[in-house]
Design a protein around this ligand. Structure first.
Ligand code: FAD
Length: 391
């Protein structure tokens, strides 16, 4: 297998690389802006990306994307990750936009797509409920038709960015008599509408990322349905032709281990000398980060050459990558010893240097839950990958 770029791919990679080197702001950390960043540097960066269609590289050009092939997206994502360049997007470009492009009316496209591409409008995803997560089709939030509106009552949970969002893509039950996958409708909900209450949930890392969202007699106009009534379940699977290699995650893992090796070698607080086992753990993590990269290359080669979105292979990459994040975070705790307990606000030492590791350790627990738990990924791999029976 030849993983080298073709001459055209090499030219494109260089173009992306040069653009990032020239235009990317150095003072914005990776990840900032996922829910809509603030500040002039961020806005200027998003504008430069938007001018090239690079806010939503997979979207067709006619809707303001770049119409990139999956291989171009792969190269773009790789270079952005290598440069630790911040990106707008999230639910807006990954879920709401594609669903509107494929299933939305012209009016909906004109209203919502341009403001997604400006990188400032935050969308959130109202799928999960207290009794419906892995088994999402059990969701109970009700939407009842009343004239030209639907009246919505119910609760969503774990809603990332809900406190900053202007719009939510909302799944609600419109036909309680139908089999559970068939009675669900896909709505656009205005997060500022009367009757919507957003309550913060603070995660284990003590940060406010997600929320509970309550709907009490919230009126949603019927023109806010995407697609047809009761067909929402099928719309929720729409993703356009996204590359699914998770190369960004693989690069991030490798960089995380490289940073840790540097810390272990140079920091006064490193346990490297007192705990020789740490050395071997670092070696294991570096090898595993390499395995993650190989998995990404395998997935993109399947997707680009065979034109199919890989099923269980993407689950393998998600499972392996998120559990690797947790192992890297545990190794970091061993490298830092008691200093691993510092957070960025601790006083008296160079806590800002070490604080990220405590955060990473605590936050990485959620990696194996969000976007489908490890057990669900193992179920997919078992049945679709290994051909094992469901029950
Ligand atoms: C950081 C984070 C951000 C999130 N953001 C959002 C968001 O923006 N919008 C949104 O809608 N949701 C969001 N979620 C919710 C996420 O999608 C759910 O937490 C996830 O799908 C699991 O559902 P659950 O929490 O209800 O757990 P459950 O489905 O109740 O699972 C509980 C446990 O049982 C296991 N389990 C369940 N079913 C099976 C099975 N069939 N076989 C084996 N084991 C099983 C699970 O693996 C898990 O260990 C977020 C979650 C996290 C952690």
């Amino acid at each position: 297998m030849d993983y080298r770029d073709t001459p055209e791919e090499a030219i494109f990679r260089q173009e992306v690389h040069d653009f990032i080197q020239k235009e990317s702001p150095r003072n914005i950390m990776r990840g900032e802006g996922g829910y809509g960043g603030q500040g002039e540097a961020w806005k200027a960066w998003v504008k430069k990306l938007a001018d090239r269609g690079w806010v939503a590289p997979a979207w067709p050009k006619e809707y303001g994307g770049a119409g990139m092939s999956v291989m171009e997206q792969f190269i773009f994502n790789w270079e952005m990750a290598e440069a630790r360049a911040p990106r707008p997007g999230g639910i807006a470009t990954g879920f709401a936009g594609p669903t509107l492009i494929v299933h939305g009316t012209d009016e909906q496209k004109q209203k919502y797509l341009p403001e997604i591409l400006d990188g400032e409008t935050v969308w959130c995803q109202g799928y999960s409920e207290p009794g419906a997560g892995s088994d999402l089709a059990s969701l109970q939030t009700r939407a009842i038709r009343d004239g030209d509106d639907y009246v919505v009552n119910g609760q969503k949970i774990w809603t990332s960015g809900g406190h900053m969002a202007k719009w939510m893509i909302l799944l609600a039950r419109t036909d309680p008599e139908a089999p559970k996958h068939r009675g669900i409708t896909y709505f656009i909900a205005d997060m500022k509408a009367p009757g919507v209450t957003v309550r913060p949930l603070i995660n284990a890392a003590m940060t406010h990322e997600f929320n509970e969202v309550f709907f009490e007699d919230v009126r949603i106009p019927k023109q806010n349905i995407i697609g047809e009534e009761n067909r929402g379940w099928y719309l929720a699977q729409t993703t356009l032709s996204f590359e699914r290699s998770n190369i960004g995650g693989a690069v991030g893992a490798r960089q995380g281990v490289e940073d840790l090796v540097t810390l272990a070698k140079t920091s006064d607080v490193s346990t490297l000398k007192s705990n020789p086992g740490v050395k071997h753990e670092l070696v294991d993590r570096m090898i595993e980060a390499g395995v993650a990269t190989q998995m990404s290359l395998k997935i993109i080669s399947i997707q680009a050459k065979e034109g199919v979105a890989p099923g269980h292979e993407a689950s393998v990459a998600k499972l392996y990558g998120t559990e690797l994040n947790q192992r890297i975070a545990r190794t970091a705790m061993k490298v830092l010893g008691l200093y691993g307990q510092l957070d960025a606000k601790s006083e008296g030492v160079d806590a800002s240097r070490f604080g990220r590791y405590k955060y990473q350790y605590l936050r990485s627990t959620a990696n194996t839950i969000e976007g489908g738990t490890s057990e669900i990924q193992r179920n997919i791999i078992a049945t679709r990958g290994l051909g094992l029976p469901r029950a």
